[in-house]
Write a protein that binds this ligand. Structure first.
Ligand SMILES: [Zn+2]
Ligand SMILES: [Zn+2]
Length: 338
């Protein structure tokens, strides 16, 4: 069946060892062929997975999957199956030439429906998780209420860091900068000096431009709230699900580092001065929505916490729709459409 369904050569089949089975029997590696071109990765069809899994059970990583067999053995098996099925006897190699795509997997290794379903599940759950955690941590850590801050103060080790996240975000980014308006970080050098003094006094991260960006260490701190569920998913879920799930957790820290600074510029200026990828993003249909959402967050800091993925705010009931006053101010500072 492996010759027919996976397009493998007879020698490749008989030389497989238990270690070649990977990713919960989804993948079979051929790494010991004589030529570079013979090194291949085969997707294992769903129907064959239980049988290969069974063969590997109880074997050491280096044990031959099928025991000691000569390269004629797969051919004999194909002949026996053809006889039992009462169909013309074919050579295994002739059964799949149309499937052979050279160095890559044969065409029947296109992802199965179940693989696609697992991948889509990873994307959807990863999106909801990333968006929800961004909304929650922005609200409960960066904009923590006084009573929550007091509780943080009693925690060992993390207590100071959590309170400093609040200082850096609420006190500095929302409080000491962008006071004149949403697009002007400081109105005077005095204002800047005051913010500088506060940052130094509380030993806040000096590399994040007064909370406008995220430094490298801040980037990893930002990731911590996502790591709880990420760790569980990586341990219990298949790779196809856990990869998109974990990758989507990077969106919030990456956007805070690279996109957030450009959201505090008049929209048209941001669209013409940001680096290419960010410019394209801002000019896409998502750009104006993202700019406006963050503008509204600064006017109403208990709402609209997500930069990019708004479903977390929506699930938590903390979205804000612009009112007439918001729209007047949005026009004044050069929001989208102006
Ligand atoms: Zn901001
Ligand atoms: Zn905020």
């Amino acid at each position: 069946m492996m010759t027919l369904l996976m397009g493998m050569r007879a020698s490749e089949i008989v030389q497989r060892i238990a270690r070649d089975i990977d990713d919960q029997v989804r993948i079979l590696w051929v790494t010991a062929s004589k030529t570079e071109a013979g090194k291949r990765r085969f997707g294992v069809p769903v129907g064959l997975r239980p049988y290969l899994g069974e063969l590997a059970k109880g074997k050491s990583p280096g044990d031959l999957l099928f025991g000691l067999r000569d390269r004629g053995w797969p051919n004999k098996c194909v002949q026996r199956i053809c006889h039992e099925a009462d169909v013309p006897v074919v050579c295994p190699r002739n059964a799949w030439p149309a499937l052979n795509l050279g160095n890559g997997p044969p065409a029947n290794h296109m992802p199965s429906i179940s693989d696609v379903a697992v991948l889509v599940t990873g994307v959807v759950t990863g999106y909801v998780h990333a968006s929800f955690v961004e909304s929650w941590s922005h609200d409960q850590i960066c904009h923590a209420r006084r009573s929550t801050l007091d509780r943080y103060g009693q925690l060992p080790f993390f207590g100071r860091r959590l309170r400093n996240s609040w200082r850096s975000h609420t006190a500095v980014h929302h409080g000491m900068t962008f006071r004149p308006d949403y697009t002007m970080q400081f109105a005077s050098s005095d204002e800047e000096a005051r913010a500088c003094t506060y940052v130094l006094q509380h030993r806040l991260d000096p590399g994040n431009d007064f909370g406008l960006s995220v430094s490298l260490t801040g980037f990893f701190r930002f990731l911590l709230p996502f790591m709880v569920l990420n760790t569980v998913v990586v341990i219990v879920a298949p790779l196809l699900l856990s990869i998109p799930f974990v990758v989507l957790s990077l969106v919030s820290p990456l956007f805070s580092k690279f996109v957030h600074p450009h959201l505090h510029k008049p929209y048209k200026r941001a669209c013409s001065t940001a680096p290419l990828l960010i410019r394209l993003l801002l000019r896409s249909p998502m750009g104006p929505t993202m700019w406006t959402r963050h503008f509204l967050h600064h006017r109403h800091p208990r709402f609209s916490f997500n930069l990019m993925m708004p479903i977390g705010d929506w699930l938590r009931g903390v979205t804000w729709d612009a009112d007439a006053l918001d729209l007047v101010e949005l026009r004044r500072v050069g929001g989208p459409g102006e």
